[in-house]
Design a binder for this molecule. Structure first.
Ligand SMILES: Nc1ncnc2c1ncn2[C@@H]1O[C@H](COP(=O)(O)OS(=O)(=O)O)[C@@H](OP(=O)(O)O)[C@H]1O
Length: 248
């Protein structure tokens, strides 16, 4: 090729090459930044909520894509919350500690409508993500569940507090964590009292048989491969009720 034509070609290609290499560079940074925290953060989250991977697995290819999207957005959210930790200065004033399947989601969403009350600074696309932190059972690692600094990262910033108290005019803004598993964890009371000694705790209760059936239905709907079903036990439960009603 003629030297002059080669130089002209180089000049014409230069912007495309610069763009191509820049994009590769940005992609490389993003991949390193996203994959490494994702491996750590998602692993810890799945350790504290072991049913989550089963939910994704049950949906085949769609589930794999959903899992990828969830993990990336979750990682971005956690990293963003860590980066803004100096602005996150509030710990829960109260907990909805359980019990599972006893209407905790319903109560949490009613309370969040009050201008003085906020839930978690979670992802917006599912109610549960701004309801339950799973921090006390190790969402950021089982050995970090006593860190008030890390726990603060779950809650909204001082700007939300400022807005509620100075603009809306509420007397005292407060946040809460509504993880219904808390009531079932033997170590939770100690962790709550160490992190937030003045917090109040709400327990919601319901006929336990109904709650357990509701739990099974939820796990099955989420795609958990359960090896048991309570439906098969229904006649036995019936006999138990008969015995309980008079004979003993
Ligand atoms: N106000 C009120 N009264 C009675 N029952 C209620 C109420 N609000 C919610 N529910 C029922 O509670 C079940 C969901 O409970 P949770 O939100 O605690 O579930 S979870 O543990 O957070 O997954 C779920 O039960 P099932 O419908 O039997 O699955 C809800 O219907």
């Amino acid at each position: 090729m003629h030297r002059c034509a080669a130089v002209t070609l180089c000049i014409l290609l230069t912007p495309f090459l610069v763009l191509y290499f820049s994009l590769s560079y940005v992609l490389g940074i993003l991949i390193v930044m996203m994959i490494l925290p994702r491996l750590w953060l998602a692993r810890e989250l799945y350790w504290s909520c072991p049913f989550l991977p089963a939910v994704f697995r049950s949906q085949g290819v769609r589930g794999t894509l959903l899992r990828l999207g969830f993990e990336v957005s979750y990682t971005i959210n956690v990293v963003k919350r860590f980066c803004t930790l100096p602005l996150r200065r509030t710990l829960p004033s109260f907990y909805i500690a359980g019990f599972p399947k006893c209407g905790t989601t319903s109560l949490a969403s009613h309370l969040r409508r009050h201008p003085a009350v906020s839930g978690l600074a979670g992802l917006p696309y599912h109610e549960v993500l701004s309801k339950e932190s799973h921090f006390l059972n190790g969402a950021l690692g089982p050995n970090r569940a006593n860190s008030s600094l890390l726990y603060r990262s779950f809650f909204p910033t001082i700007f939300t507090k400022f807005w509620a108290e100075q603009v809306v005019g509420v007397k005292q803004w407060m946040v809460f964590d509504a993880c219904p598993l808390t009531a079932c964890l033997p170590f939770a009371a100690k962790r709550i009292s160490a992190l937030t000694p003045n917090a109040k705790v709400i327990f919601m209760m319901r006929d336990p048989v109904r709650a357990i059936y509701s739990g099974e239905a939820m796990l099955r709907n989420m795609g958990m491969p359960l090896q048991w079903t309570l439906s098969e036990e229904a006649p036995a439960l019936g006999r138990m009720f008969e015995v309980g009603s008079g004979e003993l």
